[in-house]
Design a protein around this ligand. Sequence first.
Ligand SMILES: NC(=O)c1ccc[n+]([C@@H]2O[C@H](COP(=O)([O-])OP(=O)(O)OC[C@H]3O[C@@H](n4cnc5c(N)ncnc54)[C@H](OP(=O)(O)O)[C@@H]3O)[C@@H](O)[C@H]2O)c1
Length: 208
Amino acid sequence: MKTALIIGSSGTIGSAVFRAFKDAGYETEGVSRSTSPGMDIDQPDSVRQFMADAKNYEAIVCAAGNASFGALDKLKEEDFRLSFNSKLAGQIRIVQYGLQHLNKNGTILLTGGMFAFDPWPETSVLAAVNAGLEGFVRAIAKEVTDGRKVRIIHPPLVAETAKMIGTDPSPWPDAAIVAGAYLNGVENGEGEAILYVNGYTPKAPETY
Ligand SMILES: NC(=O)c1ccc[n+]([C@@H]2O[C@H](COP(=O)([O-])OP(=O)(O)OC[C@H]3O[C@@H](n4cnc5c(N)ncnc54)[C@H](OP(=O)(O)O)[C@@H]3O)[C@@H](O)[C@H]2O)c1
């Protein structure tokens, strides 16, 4: 049976991703800070320890990682540290330690977000994190071996989160739709390392 590790499996996106992989027939393991064993991606030792005891997986999916919203003139050094240590370095750590437990032809799928290519006001640091992850994924592709893949998906705002923050959810896909894109991102073996949810893609860049 194919095996999948879902990091952040109790979250809005992660719980839908967990269900999508389970429904697709994967033996699916969920982990976060509050599971046992747990993993805190902000802590290098925690990621290393979890992975040292882990089995091997066809898919390692991360739907966890914190980063700060806010106007740049209001953000503090602590907000930068949190953002770069959690969502950016945390997911790099998952690749660093997770690759040793990824089967040949397996996929590690990281989570960015649409602010990488379609930012809103007060998302500058989050946009930097998401775009930084994209650069990491492009570069690490040059180092992985035996058909292993490291990809990133940039989800749009999901409807459940839009509701939670009090904005109109109707323009946005449900977490279940987004989770389907994560599953496709793992199962479609060839192609791009940078993935989007259908209908929520960047506009073609202008050229000069
Ligand atoms: N929701 C959206 O609309 C949306 C859109 C685009 C991108 N994203 C990105 O998608 C990711 C997940 O978002 P979400 O809205 O689904 O988040 P969420 O509902 O807050 O869930 C986060 C999940 O990650 C776990 N987690 C949090 N910090 C962690 C840590 N340091 N180490 C390990 N696990 C941790 C949480 O469980 P514990 O508390 O038990 O650790 C939970 O399972 C984030 O990176 C977010 O930026 C979200």
